[in-house]
Design a protein around this ligand. Sequence first.
Ligand code: URA
Length: 234
Amino acid sequence: MRIDKYLSNLKYGSRSEIKALIKANKITVNNQKVSDSGLNIDPAKDIIKVFEEEVLYRENVYLLLNKPSGYLSATKDNLHKTVLDLIKAPFNRFDLKICGRLDLDTEGLLILTNDTEFIHNFTNPKKDILKKYYCLLRDKLKDFEVITKGVILKDGKGEDYFTKPCKIEPIDDYSCYIYLSEGKFHQVKRLFQYINNEVVYLKRLAIGEYNLPEELKLGEYLEFRKEEKLCKKQ
Ligand code: URA
């Protein structure tokens, strides 16, 4: 791949800006100054530096984020900060997408990645990936067997749909864990509304085999390698 294309894909600048950086001797490949913006490189093997800083090579990036309240699960928004505003260099150079959204006021585990196949697999309703949430409720937890069996809610088009069975594990009078294999709009909140209660605090703790790491503070993220399951704190 041409070096100018590789670096502009990683948001180091436009092709002409990369050319200018090359002219200013700011780019090296294997510690040799680059003079040709059309130089062919192998990003998996060559060590590329811009302003003496090594360019992170990843075919795909996978992050576990502990989403704070007040951040929108979107890539861009005019009104609110988005979860992507929490991601710093070098990971903000990749076209990260959100794998399973959370409401603005919900906290907890979000997976961000540029691997669209991974997102497709994880969000495919047929895969029945279990999500675990911690809920704090306004009123005492009671009569919840109704929602664990499945209830009728409205979908986005105002049509009735029957929710899949879910599991609730009470923690104390006012809090519980809920495990769902689907993720319809405001589903946890609407399930508790159905039994005349209200979720006053919601946090996602796990998505499938990925748990929210305990040491991860709100707004922090970890990189994990899909193959190696290797985590490194940022
Ligand atoms: N269910 C909700 O109601 N909100 C979330 O953010 C996630 C699941």
